[in-house]
Design a protein. Structure first.
Length: 256
């Protein structure tokens, strides 16, 4: 007998909403896969890549590889899980990223639809360097309240691009944003130049420093206003120090 009366279809329901804060270091998955409940979507017939690899890591032994071919028409994204929030615009995304080839940016955005590559609302077009740096992207400007956070590479640039991402965190955006891109450079034998990037609206910051391993609260504190840099002088030669910076949001501060 034939099987004319039989029909078989495959289907998959949506994953449960992910609780916040959500962290992903890609350590629990084999190479060539993506995390549970993530989905890759791209321009039809265009080759892009988004999967876990055991190289170019920031921490641990795994990272997320995001790439695109040299066609300017291609755009390739990975959609994250759906998160348990009533308003996605109240969240922020933190990640470590570097770019080993090409010129396409790393896009962080929101897609209101499950798998439509053309629906991505771009919130940031990051320009990773050849070494890992931390990036923090606020979803505050997203005009909706629901959707899926996506990372990927956009169309419009004819560049074969390879980007690596590690240690992603999705969390509720703090009331007082803490600084990022904190850099300490030695200046001579007894001074260190500090600089940072303000992500919020703070106009003053506290810098605390002490011998390596000191407890915050026990160090020396300097107040900085109207500039995101300070020169710390009169340090001891050939001595290791720890430095911390905190944004002042008018009566309360960010985390150090």
């Amino acid at each position: 007998m034939g099987d004319a009366g039989k029909a078989r279809q495959k289907g998959k329901t949506r994953c449960e909403d992910q609780a916040l804060p959500y962290t992903e270091g890609f350590e629990d998955y084999p190479d060539w896969y993506s995390p549970d409940c993530w989905q890759k979507f791209e321009t039809a017939n265009m080759s892009g890549w988004g999967y876990i690899q055991s190289n170019n890591t920031y921490s641990g032994s795994k990272s997320l590889y995001i790439g695109a071919n040299s066609s300017s028409s291609s755009q390739d994204y990975l959609r994250m899980s759906h998160f348990a929030t009533n308003d996605i615009s109240e969240l922020q995304v933190k990640l470590m990223a570097k770019r080993t080839s090409g010129t396409r940016p790393l896009v962080v955005g929101v897609s209101p639809e499950f798998s439509n590559v053309d629906s991505v609302y771009v919130l940031a077009a990051l320009e990773p360097t050849s070494t890992y740096e931390e990036y923090i992207v606020s979803l505050e400007s997203y005009p909706g309240t629901d959707g899926y956070i996506v990372v990927g590479t956009p169309s419009g640039i004819a560049s074969y691009t390879q980007i690596y991402v590690d240690d992603i965190t999705v969390e509720v955006r703090p009331t007082c944003m803490y600084p990022t891109n904190f850099v300490a450079d030695s200046v001579g034998e007894t001074a260190v130049a500090l600089s940072w990037t303000e992500l919020g609206t703070a106009e003053s910051w506290s810098v605390q420093y002490g011998l390596m391993g000191f407890t915050i609260g026990d160090g020396t504190t300097e107040t900085v206003s109207d500039t995101t840099a300070i020169l710390i002088e009169n340090l001891s030669e050939s001595t290791a120090y720890d430095f911390y910076v905190q944004s002042d949001c008018g009566g309360f501060g960010s985390q150090w």
